[in-house]
Design a protein around this ligand. Structure first.
Ligand code: TMP
Length: 215
């Protein structure tokens, strides 16, 4: 448990791992139990964060952005997200479900893009003021499988900045998350994405119930 009254759960994983589907299902299940819970995402969650998300997803504009600019925009969105949404909700005793958080910056910008794990961890410390998730669920999927799913999802839209990356980048992201999980086994739970959505969701929901003391 964090020092807050609430409980902070983050979902991480490579593109197309199904995080957004699963986090929504967990949110619906917890809400059905009358638990006070919010669902939010990064980059995003606040007006500023959603605007930054649009900048990063703007295929024309984002071609001009350096990796450093991208990293700092993501940290800016995060600092505001914590200030405006996450910390107040945790102080009110809510369960906060967040689709991506600081570990995405470490995996994508720090490790896969090569800005440096330590540098991004230092920036994360500033943007989060040291707040860490109580648990982090990593959905693990082979990049080619994840990208196939991401493509199916957005067949008619132009590829975004991240989807345009070559497959070795996505391998680096995958192994970065697995390395982070290995280094902090008390916080991370790795769930392999196999079988049906219902089968994967069952595993995830059991982890969440266990963490919240509902089992
Ligand atoms: P999403 O599609 O899972 O919402 O995330 C959008 C993209 O943002 C995804 O490809 C990963 C990327 N991202 C980073 O590179 N660093 C970060 O810190 C965050 C939060 C997301």
């Amino acid at each position: 448990m964090s020092k807050n009254k609430g409980y902070f759960i983050t979902f991480e994983g490579p593109d197309g791992s199904g995080k957004s589907t699963h986090i929504k299902l967990v949110y619906e299940a917890l809400t059905a139990l009358n638990l006070s819970c919010i669902l939010t995402r990064e980059p995003g969650g606040t007006e500023l964060g959603e605007r930054i998300r649009n900048i990063l997803k703007d295929t024309a504009l984002n071609k001009t952005l350096s990796i450093q600019t991208e990293a700092l925009l993501l940290q800016t969105a995060r600092a505001q997200h914590i200030h405006e949404i996450i910390n107040p909700a945790l102080k009110e005793g809510k369960i906060v479900l967040c689709d991506r958080f600081a570990d995405s910056s470490t995996a994508y910008q720090g490790i896969a893009h090569g800005l440096g794990k330590e540098i991004i961890e230092y920036l994360n410390k500033i943007s989060t003021s040291g707040l860490k998730p109580d648990i982090t669920i990593v959905l693990d999927i082979a990049p080619e499988e994840g990208l196939k799913r991401a493509e199916k999802r957005s067949r008619n839209e132009p590829k975004d900045r991240w989807e345009e990356q070559k497959s070795d980048f996505h391998y680096k992201v995958r192994y970065a998350f697995l390395e982070l999980a290995k280094a902090e086994p008390e916080r991370f739970r790795v769930v392999p994405v196999r079988g049906t959505v219902a089968e994967t969701q069952k595993q995830i929901y059991n982890i969440v119930k266990n963490a919240l003391g509902l089992l």
